[in-house]
Design a protein. Structure first.
Length: 349
């Protein structure tokens, strides 16, 4: 399957005889000899051997996909609409070349890619996470971190994953060993109470709201909430289209990293009296409940101007990512290249 991000890339996959119509697009098959091929399992055992993986996309055929990479476990988990559809052993960055933790989006996909940094090393089914060289791709899995920062996967798993993902999709790289499966209706982006269906209380602050959706008419939405400077920022396709201050119930409260993704609507979701639509569910894909503020508390303690809540509700779609973190956003914690929101870097150690 060719990755036709642009017409220029599509042209590279064509053979154009001088006296005949062009044949169907044919891409070069990525090499297998540099990768662990992989062994499929029908269920996730307590321990996966290097190269083993699970792939059951039929258990959740539709909805947004999120990939979570656990560095301590050396595993990757694939969720679709909040349901685990895949898991695989991986090999991440070795000492001195550690894979950065944080919240990334897939910036670029290339089925038969070769490294620009490391002697044209093959990177089959490459899915770029940063422009500085971190990506998901097929490679050798010795059973421990061994890459130069990329996340290596079994060849067959990388191939299957490549066929299901798209640019702009969220990838979380974490130091956590286990991931919660909490589904919630966060008040800071839902205009109604998920239990009663009643409108949420008005925020005490209404000043400082900026909303410029015309700055990026389309693309994936990312919501960044930073506690240090008490700001909510809305990005679309990597461009900031809105921001507003928020109020915290306890000004001295500290917040650890929380990452949530918006799911497809369900018949179990409450109906908003404001617009008559279902209030969307959000899946917690990363976040420590034992931290100073739990995820459940997080949904109640942040008060956002209602004007911004209404604006966000108008653009948020299944797959929208929300990141709540302590440090203020700076060029070292977020990076934008071209029109792609690249990464929310890990918090300082």
């Amino acid at each position: 399957m060719c990755n036709l991000r642009t017409r220029f890339i599509a042209l590279l996959c064509l053979t154009l005889p001088l006296a005949a119509p062009p044949p169907p697009a044919v891409c070069k098959t990525p090499p297998k000899h540099t990768s662990t091929l992989g062994t499929a399992r029908t269920q996730v055992p307590a321990h996966l051997e290097p190269g083993e993986y699970l792939w059951l996309p039929e258990v959740s055929p539709q909805g947004p996909i999120v990939v979570v990479v656990s560095l301590p476990e050396q595993r990757a988990y694939v969720y679709r609409n909040g349901v685990l559809i895949g898991a695989s052993t991986v090999s991440t960055g070795k000492k001195g070349h550690e894979t950065p933790t944080g919240v990334f989006t897939i910036l670029q996909k290339h089925e038969d890619h070769y490294s620009n940094l490391y002697a044209s090393a093959p990177m089959p089914f490459m899915q770029r996470l940063t422009w500085s060289g971190v990506a998901l791709h097929a490679g050798r899995l010795p059973g421990y971190p061994a890459s130069h920062g990329c996340v290596r996967m079994p060849y067959e798993f990388a191939h299957l994953l490549f066929g299901e993902t798209r640019t702009g999709m969220t990838v979380v790289v974490s130091d956590e060993k286990q991931f919660p499966s909490t589904v919630a209706h966060p008040g800071l982006v839902a205009p109604v109470d998920a239990t009663t269906g009643a409108p949420v209380a008005e925020s005490p602050t209404t000043e400082g709201v900026v909303w410029q959706p015309e700055a990026a008419p389309e693309g994936p939405i990312t919501i960044l909430v930073t506690n240090e400077d008490r700001q909510v920022r809305i990005f679309r396709a990597g461009v900031e289209i809105g921001r507003a201050p928020f109020v915290l119930d306890d000004p001295n409260r500290k917040i650890t990293l929380h990452v949530l993704t918006m799911l497809e609507p369900s018949e179990e979701d409450p109906i908003s009296p404001i617009n008559g639509k279902r209030v969307p569910r959000w899946l917690l894909v990363s976040g420590e409940d034992e931290s100073v503020v739990s995820t459940a508390q997080l949904l109640d303690v942040i008060k956002v101007p209602p004007e911004l809540v209404r604006n966000v509700a108008s653009v948020a779609r299944p797959g929208t990512t929300m990141v709540v973190t302590q440090p203020a956003a700076t060029p070292t914690t977020t990076s934008v290249s071209g029109t792609d929101f690249t990464v929310v870097a890990s918090e300082p150690m």
